[in-house]
Design a protein around this ligand. Structure first.
Ligand code: APR
Length: 251
């Protein structure tokens, strides 16, 4: 159980922020039943994400990579946003949270009602052709894999960022601008080991921001956190938001 004082300390920082930005990782979706990447249940068959989420793996065996994505899409398709996603959407509605920067590709922040979401690693719900410039949104997991381009017949790939690939330029620039300009960054459910996303809290801190972290265990970010809340996001974020509301009403 997280002490009330820590929840209050986080809420005070958040309520008094002039520019609050959230950075989220797989942990924010864990309570929706979506496996994290580096947790024990994060493995699919015997593969690590670093072995499947690469251009080389796709070139070698597109069917295998698509099987993994189809498995993940099916889980996300059946999942629902959890109280952590809802709490962040509520903070935006309250005018407290400016934007979420997410490493997640599941689209659950948007499904919970968040409007400003910067997707650093792309989306499971978009595909693009490896041969021509065709891009499309997808509503559900593909029936046949690997799916083919309706224009040129080329192989379609998920529109996500794989290891060794550059991040989308506009999203990355937006994220770093937000990190430099915020005065509080709320970091939720990320191991912080994947770069450049892991550098965002460091950038924020270097520009004078306070860091509030929510994670079930210590991460690469914890050493620079001003408040560290060691608890599941789906339990602690709603508590923080209730406190923020009380502070806003009383002030
Ligand atoms: N509440 C809060 N934090 C949680 C919860 C929870 N319920 N469950 C797990 N966590 C934490 C874990 O302790 C861990 O620190 O979430 C973090 C998940 O870490 P990773 O699996 O490494 O996910 P993430 O940091 O998002 O990975 C970054 O790596 O494979 C790539 O592109 C992929 O976007 C992903 C990137």
């Amino acid at each position: 159980m997280v002490p009330e004082e820590l929840i209050s300390a986080a809420a005070e920082m958040i309520a008094s922020a002039k520019s609050l930005v959230a950075l989220t990782g797989a942990g924010v979706s864990a309570e929706s039943g979506i496996p994290t990447f580096r947790g024990r249940d994060g493995l699919w068959r015997r593969y690590k994400p670093e072995e499947l989420a690469t251009p080389e793996a796709f070139e070698r065996d597109p069917r295998l990579v698509w099987e993994w994505y189809k498995w993940r899409m099916e889980i996300v398709f059946k999942a629902r946003p959890n109280p952590a996603h809802e709490a962040l959407a509520e903070l935006e509605r309250l005018g407290v949270l400016k934007c979420i920067i997410t490493q997640n590709v599941d689209g659950l922040h948007q499904r919970a009602g968040s409007k400003c979401v910067v997707e650093l690693h792309g989306s499971l719900w978009r595909v693009r052709c490896t041969t021509c410039s065709y891009r499309s949104r997808v509503e559900e997991p593909p029936r046949e894999i690997p799916p083919r381009c309706p224009i040129c017949g080329g192989l379609l790939r998920p529109d996500v960022v794989w290891f060794g690939e550059p991040l989308p330029k506009a999203a990355t620039e937006h994220a770093f601008r937000l990190a430099m300009e915020c005065d509080v960054m709320l970091v939720v459910g990320t191991s912080g080991v994947v770069l450049p996303a892991g550098l965002l809290p460091v950038t924020a801190k270097q520009h004078g921001a306070k860091i509030v972290e929510v994670n079930v265990e210590e991460s690469a970010i914890t050493s620079i956190a001003d408040v560290f809340i060691k608890a599941p996001a789906g339990i602690s974020l709603p508590r923080i938001v209730e406190k923020v509301k009380a502070i806003l009403q009383s002030g």
